[in-house]
Design a protein around this ligand. Structure first.
Ligand code: GCW
Length: 660
């Protein structure tokens, strides 16, 4: 095994109290998931305590007991773990619940808990907790920053030991659905739902299922044309419907228990219902109806916008597109359709407002899409711990109702009683030895899973757990790495683009500073910077985007005075001389934030260097190199952004720093 096991490699622990339970694992009922749970416990106990636990069937009052129960409060996938006399009990209504309980027990031990403090009941907050891979069948990964795909190579599906280890990593943080292939479905990927690939898919599905994970695929809306030789993919054509029916029946015959499909339609060159003058509800419902008898779901992405649109018209605004397209369709989607919505209205920028579709549509299942692949946040070469950003999104009050109106309430189904809903993340894995390119990027995968399971966990708590599992519980290790993670997103925001404006990256690669780099900038620069100021006016005088929110959000975003400052330039064109609440002018804020961002990276690097004696050398060196690089790159960001705005504004830095 050339690769490492991220947070699933266990440190020896000295918790003596737990030893009394380490006589055997007892299971009353057995299936593949319970076997996985038992296997996980056995190997963890072996590594942590040096004890080999025998596995026994039948009831017992001693040892580690895996028990199926019938308790309403544990829901479908929840667990109750607790010590009881000479037994440590992991109890749940389903085998998945037992698996999650087993991983939690292991986690608590790794985090240094004593047996008496290990009782816990937890039911996952979100029904669906998914990872979306953008893996292509040639082995490349769209926006992949940690090597090649471990699912595909040369247009074949790989089935090897790593698939199981991936399932272990995902299940250990509560993931229960995985989309294998990129949403841009082309060529061979269109054929994934054909005979050629069923055998391997079946195998992957079996491995995933033994870790409580359902398999999903991304679908090409034009499959009837490309695979079926029809001349249309019109969702209302009987011929097209029948073709899909036969095809999807075949899929479910071959892959019973298959989760369903993720679809990107009418976006960035992908085909969709618009070609035929149909709505997205027509498209989604046609597919949903076909797979409904099998319990399948259609996850339909709301990332629909016209990248060719002409912005000289003042009301034209990419940010408006999702809401403008989907809001009028509220209530027309089938019950097994879920709309998957990116956290912001644009595209995973370091700072965006929350998409107004959350709480904007009240009668349509919704799912939150975030991106742990750091496409716009340093591409896994910079540390950028994204969990604090996701927490802000989840905690955002939409005001769609008087209470239970936060994004976390909506996507978990608490607001409107949905059961088809949840959270999805665009994956940051690849076949690098450490899975994530940057060792510290693993915290985003780990954190996303944990947060989707338990939205109440704090970013610090999640970081602490991940550090304990990965690097141990030494207080210095805990403190320094947690501090590095916690300042990384604000630092990245500081040295890149200011106050919510975004997009100051090189076109296509989406990496490195380029103030005018927005690739769809045919009609002037996205950020609208001139000699007097910058920012996009999205008030009613401008594009009108701010009005897509419920009040008071809409009212707040409408005016410069009430707009949250971190989003000021997203919503308003503001003069360089405008005074912010801290008394600084906008231009001075731009200079200061960029210098501060670099200083924060200096601190991050220093804190890592202090860990030289505590971290295994190869890992220490890998991270050190990346942090040194990050520091240099953050300076480049600072210099390019500051000099651009110095030249535009001709206002010098009041601290007289050298601006190149
Ligand atoms: O941000 C854009 C990315 C594309 C991606 C698209 C999407 C998979 O640059 O690479 O395509 O988002 O989310 O569909």
């Amino acid at each position: 095994m050339a690769y490492e096991m991220a947070w699933l490699h266990y440190h020896k622990i000295s918790e003596k109290d737990f030893l009394k339970f380490l006589t055997a694992i007892h299971v009353e009922y057995e299936d593949s998931i319970i076997q996985s749970a038992a296997e996980e416990i056995t190997s963890a106990v072996r590594d942590m305590f040096g004890i080999y636990l025998p596995y026994e069937k039948g009831e017992s009052r001693e040892g580690i007991l895996l028990k199926l129960s019938k308790k309403d409060e544990l829901g479908k996938e929840g667990y109750h773990i607790y010590p009881s006399g000479k037994a440590f009990v992991i109890e749940a209504n389903s085998s998945s619940g037992i698996l999650y309980g087993a991983f939690q027990m292991i986690r608590l031990l790794q985090c240094g808990y004593r047996a008496e403090n290990m009782e816990e009941i937890k039911v996952p907050d979100n029904p669906l907790r998914m990872i979306n891979h953008w893996d292509n069948m040639d082995g490349s990964i769209e926006r992949g920053y940690s090597g090649k795909s471990f699912f595909f190579q040369d247009n074949e599906i790989i089935v090897d030991k790593r698939i199981k280890d991936y399932a272990r990593l995902a299940a250990s943080v509560g993931i229960n659905g995985v989309v294998l292939n990129n949403v841009n479905v082309k060529n061979h990927a269109t054929e994934l739902i054909s005979k050629k690939y069923f055998k391997q898919l079946k195998e992957i599905q079996r491995i995933f299922a033994s870790y409580g994970i359902k398999l999903y695929l991304s679908l090409n809306f034009a499959t009837p044309i490309e695979l079926g030789n029809l001349n249309s993919a019109d969702p209302l054509s009987t011929e097209v419907k029948n073709w899909w029916k036969d095809k999807l029946n075949e899929v479910y015959q071959e892959l019973p228990g298959f989760g369903g499909f993720l679809i990107k339609a009418d976006s960035e060159g992908r085909p969709g219902p618009f070609t035929y003058g149909r709505t997205h509800a027509d498209g989604a419902n046609m597919l949903a109806e076909t797979i409904e008898p099998y319990g399948g779901i259609i996850i339909w992405r709301c990332f629909v916008y016209n990248c060719e649109q002409d912005w000289r018209d003042k009301k034209t605004d990419r940010a408006r597109a999702g809401y403008d397209h989907f809001k009028p369709l509220d209530g027309t989607f089938a019950g097994n359709v879920i709309l998957q919505i990116k956290n912001g209205p644009m595209d995973f920028q370091v700072r965006e407002p929350v998409s107004p579709l959350f709480g904007g549509m009240k009668q349509t299942n919704q799912m939150l899409e975030v991106q742990i692949a750091q496409e716009y946040t340093g591409q896994q070469r910079h540390v950028c711990y994204l969990i604090p950003m996701f927490k802000e999104v989840l905690n955002f009050r939409t005001y769609c109702e008087n209470n239970r109106d936060k994004v976390s309430d909506i996507v978990s189904g608490k607001t409107y009683g949905w059961t088809n809903c949840g959270m999805a993340a665009v994956a940051n894995t690849g076949d690098d030895d450490n899975w994530f390119g940057h060792d510290l990027a693993a915290a985003n995968f780990y954190g996303f899973g944990r947060l989707s399971f338990d939205t109440g966990l704090s970013s610090e708590k999640i970081a602490g757990e991940w550090i304990a599992m990965t690097f141990g519980t030494h207080p210095k290790v805990q403190k320094n790495i947690r501090d590095i993670l916690m300042i990384s997103w604000p630092a990245y925001e500081n040295y890149t683009s200011p106050l919510g404006i975004g997009w100051m990256v090189n076109p296509h690669s989406h990496y490195g500073p380029n103030v005018d780099g927005y690739e769809y900038d045919r009609w002037g620069t996205y950020h609208r910077a001139d000699h007097f100021g910058l920012g996009v006016d999205r008030s009613t005088k401008g594009t009108g985007y701010a009005a897509q929110y419920h009040n008071p959000n809409a009212l707040n975003y409408e005016t410069v005075e009430n707009c949250p400052e971190e989003l000021l330039l997203f919503f308003h064109y503001v003069k360089y001389t405008h005074r912010l609440t801290n008394g600084k002018t906008l231009i001075q804020h731009i200079y200061d934030a960029h210098f501060e961002g670099v200083e924060e990276v200096e601190v991050m690097l220093k804190m890592w260097i202090e860990l030289i004696d505590y971290i295994e050398d190869s890992v220490y060196q890998r991270v050190l190199k990346r942090l040194e690089y990050q520091l240099e790159h953050s300076k480049e960001w600072r210099d390019i952004i500051c000099s651009y705005f110095y030249r535009k504004s001709a206002i010098p830095d009041d601290k007289n720093r050298e601006i190149f």
